[in-house]
Design a protein around this ligand. Structure first.
Ligand code: TRP
Length: 420
């Protein structure tokens, strides 16, 4: 800590906002100039190598979970301190999972499914509690308005939150191990104290660099990162962790969310807390603009969980892959699969290993984008259809149960019987 009471941070070059001549990635903008999409090799923090992957899979196998294609295919491709989480877990010390959703629209899209589906797999593989933040305040502060558009009201966002919570519940989380909270509703003293502790340690100049804030933004937006970050400290949830400050946290999220938690890793010691660990995913691309953009619910080009089978079919059939590969040396030339969004969706959503065969055939020109479409339509209709079915059964009562602060069914020292 420096004499002025503030923590000295890493130099600017190491900040999370990654911008080179092709990619811009912050929590608010993710855009690549390259036709081939994001250069994940530049965004990666630590590689998930074969060793780490098999350790995670091994634990999953012991708990009856089949290998997960998100891991196997490298969709979750990067991490921070995942080994530490596994080492202490193997010694009998548990952890909790934390992820979230900013409810910007009434329906979630298929891109949002990735972190949540993987989080569910982790929760079942490790048998750990999970907290899910609905960052409704974040969406209230967001200034991503179209020309002349009025900012959305708190009441509207609360309705969106409710609908999104139902989508999330429909993904199959266990109510006995999962707490879903809205920031507007859950601002308990312990959580707020952690937010203040975080705010006290971070300078505005640092926030401007990390989040690319300029002087015209509202101050809520600048204040918000502490609110997203503080749940990675277990004392923010007294009803679950009973004041314990050092229960380790693992955050599964898309790579653009890393910076919130990287900042917390820098100050965790000052707060007498454990550094959060992270496991990062790639982005699901948009149907409009292709692999340069991530899918966004508030912009065109997304497949929504509320889409009917006909809508799914039309959206996919109307997509035209841009087949022209970028110029470059032989090794550096784009493959068709690099630039085709339909192929990318299969990469994310086709669980079976037949995917590898399709990829080879496609790159060898034996099949075309249109041939992939029918496979994709079938898969998405099934995934969205199952969610649709389960969502119909999600009652207001269930929403209330998930969102009520309460103890979760959780053993801190698994193996022994130590319940917090
Ligand atoms: N900021 C995220 C979004 O815009 C939502 C979010 C809130 C989140 N808390 C989180 C994501 C924790 C990952 C981890 O969608």
């Amino acid at each position: 800590m420096a004499a002025d009471g503030n923590v000295r941070f890493k130099p600017v070059e190491e900040s999370c906002s990654s911008e080179d001549e092709t990619d811009k990635v912050t929590p608010f903008i993710a855009k690549s100039k390259s036709k081939r999409g994001f250069k994940y090799e530049k965004l990666i923090k630590n590689e998930i190598d074969d060793n780490l992957r098999s350790k995670i899979e091994e634990i999953g196998r012991k708990n009856g979970k089949p290998v997960n294609h998100f891991l196997k295919r490298g969709i979750f491709f990067s991490h921070r301190d995942m080994e530490k989480i596994l080492d202490s877990y193997e010694k009998g010390e548990s952890f909790y999972l934390y992820t979230g959703r900013g409810p910007s629209t009434k329906s979630m899209h298929i891109g949002h499914l990735i972190p949540f589906m993987f989080t569910r797999w982790l929760q079942e593989a490790f048998d750990v509690p999970l907290v899910i933040q609905m960052s409704d305040d974040e969406k209230y502060f967001s200034e991503d308005l179209q020309n002349g558009e009025e900012p959305v009201s708190i009441e509207t966002i609360r309705e969106q939150t409710r609908e999104n919570v139902k989508d999330i519940i429909a993904l199959g989380f266990d109510v006995n191990k999962t707490f879903i909270f809205s920031n507007f509703e859950y601002m308990c003293p312990e959580y707020y104290k952690n937010i203040c502790r975080v705010q006290r340690l971070i300078k505005l100049s640092r926030m401007k660099i990390v989040f690319d804030f300029d002087d015209n933004g509202n101050i809520g937006k600048i204040n918000f990162p502490a609110i997203q970050a503080a749940p990675c400290f277990s004392s923010s949830f007294p009803h679950i962790f009973h004041g314990k400050r050092d229960v380790p946290c693992l955050v599964p999220c898309a790579i653009d969310q890393d910076c919130y938690f990287d900042l917390m890793r820098e100050i965790a010691i000052k707060l007498d807390c454990k550094k959060p660990a992270l496991i990062h995913s790639k982005f699901v691309p948009s149907l409009v603009g292709g692999v340069r953009y991530k899918m966004s619910a508030s912009k065109p080009g997304s497949i929504l969980l509320t889409d009917t089978n006909e809508e799914i079919e039309t959206k996919i059939n109307e997509y035209n892959a841009d087949p022209i590969p970028e110029r470059g040396s032989r090794d550096n030339r784009s493959k068709k699969s690099d630039v085709d969004v339909i192929y990318h969706y299969l990469y994310y959503f086709m669980k079976s290993d037949e995917f590898d065969t399709l990829k080879t055939k496609y790159d060898n020109d034996e099949i075309q984008s249109d041939d992939l479409k029918s496979e994709l339509i079938k898969i998405l209709k099934t995934i969205i259809g199952e969610i649709r079915q389960r969502r119909k059964q999600v009652t207001d009562e269930m929403v209330k149960r998930f969102m009520t602060p309460r103890p979760l069914n959780y053993k801190y020292k698994h193996g022994s019987n130590e319940i917090l």
